[in-house]
Design a protein around this ligand. Sequence first.
Ligand code: NAD
Length: 303
Amino acid sequence: MAGYLDGKVVAVTGGGGGIGRAVALAAAAEGAKVIVADIGVDMAGGDPKSEVAEAVVTEIAAAGGEAVSVADDVSTMAGGEHIIATAVEKWGRIDGVVAVAGILRERMLFNMSEDEWDPVIATHLKGHFTVFRAAAAVMRKQEGGGALIGFTSGAFSGSVAQANYASAKGGIVSLVRSAAAGLYRYGVTANAIAPVARTRMSENVPMELAEMGDPEDIAPMVVYLLSDKARHITGQIYTVVGKKIAVWNQPREVRAMYAADRWTPEEIEARLDSTVGVERMDLIDKLEEYRQAAAAKEQGQSS
Ligand SMILES: NC(=O)c1ccc[n+]([C@@H]2O[C@H](COP(=O)([O-])OP(=O)(O)OC[C@H]3O[C@@H](n4cnc5c(N)ncnc54)[C@H](O)[C@@H]3O)[C@@H](O)[C@H]2O)c1
């Protein structure tokens, strides 16, 4: 039976666990040769175990697929380059990169340390750059281009106790959009998934989420975006959760006002509220609802 990704070579970072594992298994089941890239760390990024990636390669082989493991740290240039070089050395090309690797170090902004900020930005944002950069250099020269898929989060639009994570996820959106624009002429697409799925990471959320699903619910959309059927789709952000797929809007200016000469603070004060105004921040409107939901979850756990 022909697979959706027959003949494609796809690297999945964070492919050893959670959503990445489901993506790696689904891509292999659809005929892709898969590089499972994972250093097998705990959720905060410590205690690496290379067996995590190897275990997924074994699962893929048992199901009749082809895969190879790379236990490199995606937050290093050498790690990103090695992941892509492994694909090229073994199979001669790289058609898709799915950047799923991630960690969490949650803290309120006023208490967050450098050691909580830097590794989260490095794993998520730089961890996308290292593999996208190495893959783009190959994809722009090969026939058929390629597909880059980033993993952001709804948290890119703001998050209460995750300034590090939210900033990294916002950076990933900008990186994906820049890749989409910069690589358009080379036939390389770039899109982002904002997933929600039951994994060790989502268990960490302080309240029950209204929408929830499994890692296997995310994988089909990733497979589709990696395929030749989705070559017309680039620069998009898709929420994927359970049975739902939703597209995010493109950021753009919505209202403007102009000064006769240079603005003064007094003139701005006189006109801003009644003309340009503000756009409501949904998250601020929902803070009280979230606080109550977190309290209810905590109470449920302690009773
Ligand atoms: N689960 C959710 O509901 C949810 C929601 C929003 C966004 N996300 C995003 O989806 C992605 C996957 O999340 P998940 O829930 O499957 O997490 P997970 O913790 O289950 O899996 C993450 C994987 O990344 C690997 N990893 C971490 N740092 C690495 C590094 N430096 N190099 C190589 N591998 C590394 C880990 O070993 C692990 O296998 C993450 O980017 C996460 O931020 C998840």
